[in-house]
Design a protein around this ligand. Structure first.
Ligand code: AMP
Ligand code: GLY
Length: 429
């Protein structure tokens, strides 16, 4: 099978690494890809917003199957357009991707189907939103309805901060994403990322993961796309997983099917595990980044037939096997991220780092030039490792990082701290 993978991040490098290892893969292409993906696939310079160009490439290169990584092309309907052109594609249609593309849509779907989530209201102008905020008090959460590349959520500690967030969101700064705003209850608990592979009818849970969204140690600083992750998530045991499937994922699948937009692809539920049980914070219509990097390290089964089964509606009798150990990834980012940062700095020591036992280095934002690897994004490398425990995976990942020479980069030194703490306590028991 000839496969085209769309995207250029660490998530796509991990997917490319896993798909390249499949005996079903004849030729793997990636658009646009990066310097790490280029080791697994032929990278082609395609503009993902130009669906006709992607279709033409598939036709010209006998591509049998397309895998879409990021949310923007999904929400722009690339799956609809490729499928209409007769090209099999993994991922949700534009209508199904509204689960990520519109927070208001997802909140209404939860309300109509009794899916546990934070209490909320939707607003199209500032005054009623502020009145609602004052009536509810703080802490309270303000969210832009649409895709805002991680900038659309403010967890406000007091009413003034929440009102200021309302003004920012309606200011036009976020473009279309800010036309509507959701204000919702603050949920107290521990977060986890839950992934299910879906085929329109059936949902198959994947391994669990936790990510670290804040930029700095101690889970402090601004929100980012994710500074590190590990799997499994210690707060999702088999019982909790069953509850998430029954209370959140299954009713969502049924509701999407009933409205004529059956959900295919990966459904990524951002959860808060509260005292009352799991609650949905948000859905993403794609694999998580950097969670996918740890999931792919733990996946024993071939990924390609699973993605094809999701597209073909054949997941019912499907099973995936996972290595029982742990995996952890540390993101190395350009100094300044998630704010402004410079590109083009030279990264050394990658081969020495990759030689550490159990370590795999996925590239997130890199390019190769004159035999050198250069930083080419905010999140640049995902230094990942497997281990018998999260602690061992953590130790290996940081050993690898100590061999990387990149003075213009930074990383968190405490990825996995909650899980490592738990492992220590379990040993003392
Ligand atoms: P989101 O982009 O919706 O995932 O939100 C980004 C982050 O904001 C989440 O990962 C949470 O840490 C936090 N967050 C979002 N909604 C809530 C909520 N209702 N209660 C508490 N924290 C939240
Ligand atoms: N790791 C968070 C995300 O993929 O959105």
């Amino acid at each position: 099978m000839n496969i085209l993978l769309l995207g250029s991040g660490g998530r796509e490098h991990a997917l490319a690494w896993k798909m390249a290892a499949s005996p079903l893969t004849d030729k793997l292409y990636s658009a646009p890809g990066n310097a790490g993906i280029a080791r697994e696939a032929d990278c082609v310079a395609l503009d993902l917003a130009d669906h006709a160009a992607v279709i033409a490439f598939c036709r010209g290169n006998s591509v049998d199957f397309v895998v879409v990584g990021p949310e923007a092309p999904l929400c722009a309907g690339i799956v609809d357009d490729l499928e209409a052109a007769g090209i099999k594609t993994f991922g949700p249609t534009r209508a199904a991707a509204r689960l990520e593309g519109s927070k208001g849509f997802t909140k209404d779907l939860c309300r109509a189907n009794g899916i546990p989530t934070a209490a909320y209201e939707r607003f199209r102008s500032p005054a009623p939103a502020k009145a609602y905020i004052r009536s509810r008090g703080a802490p309270i959460v303000v969210k832009a309805d649409g895709l805002a590349a991680g900038k659309g959520v403010v967890v406000a500690q007091d009413v003034a901060e929440a009102e200021a967030a309302i003004d920012t969101m309606f200011s036009g700064e976020l473009g279309e994403a800010g036309i509507e705003v959701v204000v919702e209850e603050f949920l107290d608990g521990e977060e986890a990322s839950f992934f299910a592979l879906c085929d329109g009818d059936t949902a198959l849970p994947l391994a669990t993961a936790q990510d670290h969204k804040r930029a700095y140690d101690g889970d402090k600083g601004p929100n980012t796309g994710g500074m590190g992750a590990y799997s499994p998530a210690p707060n999702i045991d088999a019982g909790m997983s069953l509850r998430v499937m029954n209370e959140i994922i299954a009713p969502t699948m049924q509701a999407m099917k009933a409205m004529g937009a059956p959900y295919k692809g990966v459904l990524y539920a951002g959860l808060m595990i509260t005292r009352e049980g799991p609650k949905l914070i948000e859905y993403n219509a794609r694999f998580g980044d950097p969670e996918t990097q740890v999931l792919m390290l733990r996946l024993m089964s071939d990924l390609v037939p699973a993605l094809v089964a999701s597209r073909d509606g054949m997941l019912k009798s499907f099973d995936l096997r996972w290595y029982p150990g742990s995996a952890l990834t540390v993101v190395m980012a350009a100094k300044g991220y998630p704010g402004p940062y410079v590109r083009g700095t030279v990264i050394g020591g990658l081969d020495e780092a990759g030689a550490v036992e159990g370590v795999e280095i996925f590239h997130a934002g890199t390019k190769a030039e004159n035999g050198k690897i250069l930083a080419n994004g905010g999140r640049v490398l995902n230094v990942s490792a497997i281990g018998n425990t999260v602690g061992q995976a953590q130790q290996r990942a940081y050993e690898a990082i100590s061999r990387i020479r990149w003075p213009e980069g930074f990383y968190r030194r405490d990825i996995g701290w909650r899980a490592v703490e738990r492992e220590k306590q379990d040993r003392l028991r």
